[in-house]
Design a protein around this ligand. Structure first.
Ligand SMILES: [Zn+2]
Ligand SMILES: [Zn+2]
Length: 253
């Protein structure tokens, strides 16, 4: 992680073709020079224009961070300097998302000034929405097909297990409620484990919901059949499924 950050820091300097010791004045000058150099409108061929536009985007991204002493310090792995104005008070910043709001707060990942409404409190300090989102995208590594796999496995498991559970519990009388109560959570854990393995232990933002939909789709027809048939099996299956879902859902996150 640290190695990756260090490497991408150098990339920003490389994008501006600068030495890491360059002062702010040099960075600003170099940015303006490169910005003029890579104006896509001035170029003839489409390929050149596309290249220039890409370079321009890289240059602007790099300058957004290196051009701001506080953001640059954070990216260099140094503590952010407190900018003091002429009156000796810390110079107030304006929120990157709300230009009309003054703030003293910065995202502690990218250094962007953020107002309190834009700040997300995380265990490692205040962060901007964008950085939180990026962090989540690293965490959520599910592939597109994983949602469908979770739904299918959830369905396949419960559509087979629900009738067995319903008829077994129903046949042992009132005691079936206790059995349902005791084994429901355990069954949920097992289902969650099987689904997680089926999706290669990857995590997805919506994966638990897809798995839940599969589980409900598997249970629902049997619940309906037991309901129509009458007797306790319907309520026992409901209790069992409810406990199983309550324990499976959080484990799928
Ligand atoms: Zn940020
Ligand atoms: Zn804001």
């Amino acid at each position: 992680m640290t190695d990756h950050n260090r490497q991408s820091d150098k990339e920003l300097y490389r994008a501006l073709d600068l030495n890491e010791n360059a002062d702010q004045e040099e960075i600003a000058q170099q940015f303006r020079r490169l910005q003029l150099l890579y104006q896509p409108e001035t170029l003839e061929s489409a390929a050149d224009r596309a290249y220039a536009a890409q370079k321009l985007a890289e240059i602007e991204k790099a300058y957004e961070i290196l051009g701001d002493p506080a953001r640059r310090a954070i990216y260099d792995g140094k503590p952010a300097p407190i900018v003091v104005g002429h009156d000796g008070e810390p110079e107030s910043l304006t929120c990157a998302n709300h230009p009309d709001r003054e703030t003293l707060l910065r995202c502690n990942k990218c250094g962007k000034p953020i107002c309190i409404a834009c700040a997300v409190r995380t265990p490692v300090g205040y962060r901007c929405n964008q950085c939180v989102r990026e962090q989540q995208n690293i965490y959520f590594n599910a592939l597109g097909r994983d949602n469908i796999v979770a739904l299918a496995v959830g369905f396949a498991l419960t559509v087979v297990v629900a009738p067995i559970v319903g008829s077994l519990l129903g046949s042992i009388g009132f005691f079936g409620f206790f059995i349902a109560f005791i084994i429901g959570s355990g069954a949920g854990t097992l289902v969650a484990r099987i689904i997680r393995r089926a999706v290669g232990n990857r995590r997805g933002r919506n994966l638990p919901h897809w798995a839940l939909a599969g589980i409900i789709l598997g249970v629902a027809p049997w619940a309906f059949i037991f309901l129509v048939a009458g007797g306790r099996a319907f309520l026992m299956l409901l209790l069992f499924a409810g406990l199983a879902i309550a324990s499976a859902f959080p484990q799928l996150r």
